[in-house]
Design a protein around this ligand. Sequence first.
Ligand code: NDP
Ligand code: HSE
Length: 436
Amino acid sequence: MKPVIIGLLGLGTVGGGTVQVLKRNAAEITRRAGREIRIGLASSRNLERVRPLDLDGIRLVADPFQLVTDPEVDIVVELMGGIEPARELVMRALDAGKHVVTANKMLIALHGNEIFAKAQERGLMVAFEAAVAGGIPIIKALREGLAGNQVEWLAGIINGTCNFILTEMREKGRDFADVLKEAQVLGYAEADPTFDVGGIDAAHKLTILASIAFGIPLQFDKVSIEGIADIEAVDVGYAEALGYRIKLLGIARRSRAGIELRVHPTLIPERRLLANVNGVMNAVVVKGDAVGPTLYYGAGAGAEPTASSVVADLVDVARALTADPENRVPHLAFQASAIADIPVLARQDITSAYYLRLLAEDRPGVLADVTRILADQAISIEAILQKEARAGETRLPIILLTQPVRENDMDTAIRHIESLAAIHGPIRRIRVETLN
Ligand code: NDP
Ligand code: HSE
């Protein structure tokens, strides 16, 4: 059978990994797909950077717009990243009748609705397994493996860079900026690493997971986002003293009132599997009504782990090339006509337990004032950790763990506590999830 010809956009970390995996495992991939999958054309901005790759047999094209309309190409693989020109190239590829595979979570989260609409109209596939959790086949698991379930919630460590930073800070006491630099060298970080540490990359991925889990449109603008840039070593230490680890989690939960979509640093009990996912590894727990909790674990970033997902998509697309478009797996798991408009809750309406760290004057009555304010908002305290003031100091840190509370009530309580004369500086607040 005629080989499937790939037009590859981008020869960086993931593009390079894809070239390597496709070449090394060519025979095995052909056995699985039923025909050879071959990179025919590739395009990259800086050809200097692609020199170490074995590009034998691949025609390099300077203009990516030429590549996406080349008659030889069956599938366009977009591994450039960013919105433009990636969006325009994907739309042009679909206009030209090409199937698309991409690892670009930002593109899918922000423009997936229009991209899938066009693909649907043209009877084309757009596959994006690599866009979420690198090498973990979480899209396939959620879209196909759990298709019999009503998904109740999912929670995941879905940014390898942040998990690498938090792990190195906790295990080796390393400096935040220093570890971030290493993550960049290792190819884990986004071109703009503030997307990683600011929680935006995780929010892109959560947007995609939630859409597939609940059959809702992609709605990145509805995600409450908080990154890890403000996490301090003292919080990592206090969390540990209380039996918790701090992880950047993406959480999507369905309740009667609507869907919670949030990304934030989170204290997780150290006995939970998610608390023990370290380094660049990612993991996602999905709770289905029929199956119960399921856990997916693996490398969340890096050249070959991500290429593993890109190539799996290529095999899927190659297998389905001759199938009737009406009978393919829908892009977002649910039939396009059945996507539901379930409301996404505003941040203030989300319920979560909290870790609070305050710096208080070391004198009687201060803790009583704080607990009274919390009680006024009906917030129950789960645990208190009070450190002794160091010699010569009049201020001491107090750490409180609360029961779950509506964010709006916590906002009010924090405002009142911060206005007390005996409380200094802003209160550090980190959400707590027991993941029961
Ligand atoms: P890189 O920066 O390593 O590679 C991007 C490639 O695209 C480079 O070859 C770059 O050329 C080329 N490129 C970028 N912009 C243009 C442009 N305007 N015109 C032509 N070529 C362009 O990125 P990654 O490989 O790390 O990431 C690629 C995609 O995969 C992104 O969407 C990313 O979010 C996603 N991803 C990355 C993962 C990872 O572990 N790195 C994991 C999962 C997904 P040049 O080198 O000259 O700039
Ligand atoms: N920058 C991303 C991460 C790459 O660190 O998880 C994988 O999507």
